[in-house]
Design a protein around this ligand. Structure first.
Ligand code: GRF
Length: 191
C-alpha cells in the first residue's frame, strides 16, 4: 500500500505532531509526513519536525490575527502541493483556513479539537467544559470546512472531568487522549 502524504500545520508545541511522527516511525501508520508548516517562527512543532528529519517551513501569516492573509494562504497551498501532500493535518494551528486552502483540499483537511463537538467550539474548550459543570468532556477529530470547529465529525474520545480538576490538569488529560485518537484516525483514513 502506498503511504499517504501528510502536511502537518501547527502554531504551538506540537505534541500531537510528535505522536503522529512517532507512529509513522514505528511503522504502524502508513503515511509519510512530507512537510510541517507553522505560522509561528519559533514554534516547538518546527523543532519536532527537524528532530524527525521532516522538511519544515515557517509561513509568515500576514497582518490578520485569526486567519492567514490571502497571499499567505496561497503560499501555503503552493507549499502543500509542491510537497505532494494528500491529507492536511491541523495540529494546534491557531488560524482559520479560508477558501484557498479549503478549495485546494476539499474533504482532505483534518482538525483535532479538545471537546466533544458540537459542545464547546472555540478557544480553551476544556475551560468551557469545566465552567459549565460537565462531568465528561473529550476530544474530536473532524473534517475542516468554512465553519469554525463545525465540520463533519470523524471520531471522538471521552475524557472524565474529576472533582479536583484544574483547567491545566483537565487539558493535560484531554491531550493524552488526543495523542492516541489522532494517529489512530489518520491511520484508518490512510487505509
Ligand atoms: C491540542 O490540544 C488541540 O486540541 C488543539 O491545539 C492543541 C495543540 O497541542 N487544536 P499540541 O501543539 O499538539 O501540543
Amino acid at each position: 500500500m502506498a503511504a499517504k502524504g501528510l502536511g502537518i500545520l501547527g502554531s504551538g508545541r506540537g505534541s500531537n505532531c510528535r505522536a503522529i511522527l512517532e507512529r509513522i516511525r514505528a511503522g504502524d501508520l502508513c503515511a509519510e509526513a512530507r512537510v510541517v508548516v507553522s505560522d509561528v517562527v519559533d514554534a516547538g512543532i518546527l523543532e519536532i519536525a527537524r528532530e524527525f528529519g521532516v522538511s519544515q517551513v515557517y509561513l509568515p501569516p500576514g497582518n490578520f490575527r485569526t486567519r492567514l492573509s490571502t497571499e499567505s494562504e496561497l503560499a501555503l497551498v503552493r507549499i502543500l502541493r509542491d510537497s505532494a501532500v494528500e491529507l492536511v493535518v491541523l495540529a494546534g494551528f491557531m488560524r482559520v483556513l479560508k477558501r484557498p486552502a479549503l478549495e485546494a483540499f476539499p474533504h482532505r483537511i483534518l482538525n483535532i479539537h479538545p471537546s466533544l463537538l458540537p459542545r464547546f467550539p472555540g478557544l480553551e474548550a476544556w475551560k468551557q467544559a469545566l465552567v459549565a459543570g460537565e462531568t465528561v468532556t473529550g476530544c474530536t477529530v473532524h473534517y475542516v470546512d468554512a465553519g469554525v470547529d463545525r465540520g463533519e465529525i470523524i471520531a471522538q474520545r471521552e475524557v472524565p472531568i474529576l472533582p479536583q480538576d484544574t483547567p491545566e490538569s483537565l487539558h493535560e488529560r484531554i491531550q493524552i487522549a488526543e495523542r492516541q485518537l489522532y494517529p489512530a484516525v489518520i491511520a484508518e483514513l490512510c487505509d
